[in-house]
Ligand binder design. Structure first.
Ligand code: SF4
Length: 431
């Protein structure tokens, strides 16, 4: 992992919501030193902002799920009118997403939002952009300048489109979309710099993962503003997750990126969950809750491990708040190794499971009893950690794999001899 790139630092939020820092490492304007803040996870509500109760419920659900910042669309006057009440009832920094109508930005600022997302390219009049910049400056609010491949090229005014593209390509031998995005960002930043406004986060999103990597590498070299990462229009979670993680993990491993949104055509809570999991996996955020390890199963499996893993995850994700490592393994081949590194572990055999807590065997139970016993051990272990009686990640005892023909009914020798009967309760495939 490359150390995080140094940027200016942006503050989002207030006393009521708490302040989320984005980026850092370069001194603040007043000379105060800053250090890079943890990468922040953002998402955007999917419902109508003017529908106050639903919007508040959605924001609170996303915040409870771990979102650091939540963005809302404000296309209509009734959306900005709803903001005051929404802000009253929520405790997470809110960003107003503005397109086309500068007036919506001014109304959102007046209502008390914590940040504005603006695409100066779709606000026709420079004075209108300037009025938004000045209003944010007056209130100390940051602005994200976002360029997006879907809106980077002028679409309404054909003449303007031809002029822009013609100007761009005539000046460059090998012009393409990425270069156009960088040039546009430069143009937009000039508008902000003219008004001595530097409280800026920038983003340049495309739907192609390789292009996202390329454009962010370029802008991270050119600008020292914090970067908001994202793959736009990534699609449904099933494919969008791969598209997003491919791009974002490559950039984050290079030290690029200060905040991110994974965007899916799905419930935004998944964007939050997957964004956090990405950061946990790269060790860029301190994990909250269980770190679940599970084997993919194979022809040796003799319990219904898929159901067991899902049950463990669902039942513990709200209850366990300490970063406890829990391993759910299918057999003695890799079970002991993974169990040894876990705080709580089970590895299964022939319709049985042996449960360990920090290497110490605590139970050998039937398949029907595994879930309840494992959950109990996880809860008890958390209580001991919180009470200062146990420490996470401590390896107290080396696991000695149980042999074989005894306890688990299908140990190494039985597996080696091929004498393993598959259980009829195993369900393979999607449930
Ligand atoms: S732990 Fe056992 S059941 Fe699970 S994948 Fe490995 S060999 Fe197969």
């Amino acid at each position: 992992m490359t150390p995080r790139r140094s940027t200016r630092q942006v503050r989002v939020g207030d006393e009521r919501t708490g302040v989320v820092l984005i980026g850092g490492g370069k001194p603040a304007i007043d000379g105060t030193p800053t250090t890079p803040a943890p990468v922040a996870v953002q998402t955007m509500t999917a419902g109508y902002t003017y529908d106050v109760d639903r919007c508040v419920a959605e924001i609170n659900k996303l915040a409870a799920g771990g979102a650091d910042i939540v963005r809302v669309a404000v296309p209509q006057r009734k959306d900005t009118e709803a903001l005051k009440e929404i802000l009253n009832q929520t405790r997470v920094p809110i960003v107003a997403d503005v397109h086309f109508h500068f007036q919506r930005a001014l109304e959102a600022i007046e209502a008390g939002v914590h940040k504005i997302r603006l695409n100066p390219g779709n606000i026709n009049d420079r004075d209108q952009v300037n009025s938004v910049i000045d209003a944010c400056k007056e209130r100390g609010l940051p602005i994200r300048i976002g360029v997006n491949e879907g809106s980077i090229i002028e679409r309404k005014d054909k003449q303007r489109r031809m002029t822009e593209l013609g100007k761009f390509f005539s000046e460059r031998k090998q012009g393409h979309l990425l270069a156009l995005m960088v040039v546009k960002l430069e143009e937009y930043l000039d508008i902000f710099h003219e008004r001595e406004f530097f409280d800026v986060v920038i983003s340049a999103k495309l739907m192609d993962a390789a292009s996202v990597i390329e454009v962010y590498r370029e802008i991270s070299e050119r600008f020292d503003y914090p970067l908001h990462l994202g793959v736009t229009h990534a699609g449904p979670r099933e494919t969008g997750a791969i598209r997003s993680i491919a791009a974002l993990s490559a950039l984050l491993a290079e030290g690029i990126g200060d905040t991110l949104r994974i965007s899916y055509a799905n419930d935004p809570i998944f964007e939050v969950e997957d964004g956090l999991e990405l950061l946990y996996s790269l060790d860029l955020r301190e994990r909250k809750g269980i770190d679940l390890i599970a084997c993919p199963t194979c022809g040796r499996i003799q319990v219904d491990l898929f159901t067991l893993v899902q049950n463990v995850r669902e039942k513990l994700c709200d209850e366990i708040t300490v970063p406890m490592k829990v391993a759910v393994m299918g057999c003695v081949v890799n079970g002991p190794g993974e169990a040894e590194g876990a705080d709580v572990a089970v590895f299964a055999g022939d319709r049985r499971g042996i449960i360990y807590v920090q290497g110490e065997r605590v139970a050998n139970v039937t398949e029907e009893e595994i879930l309840d016993r494992l959950l109990k051990e996880c809860r008890d272990f958390q209580s001991r950690v919180l009470g200062g009686k146990a420490k996470l990640g401590e390896k107290r005892v080396e696991i000695v794999p149980p042999d074989p023909i005894g306890e688990l009914g299908s140990g190494f020798e039985k597996i080696a001899s091929g004498d393993v009967e598959k259980t009829s309760t195993v369900t393979i495939g999607r449930t």
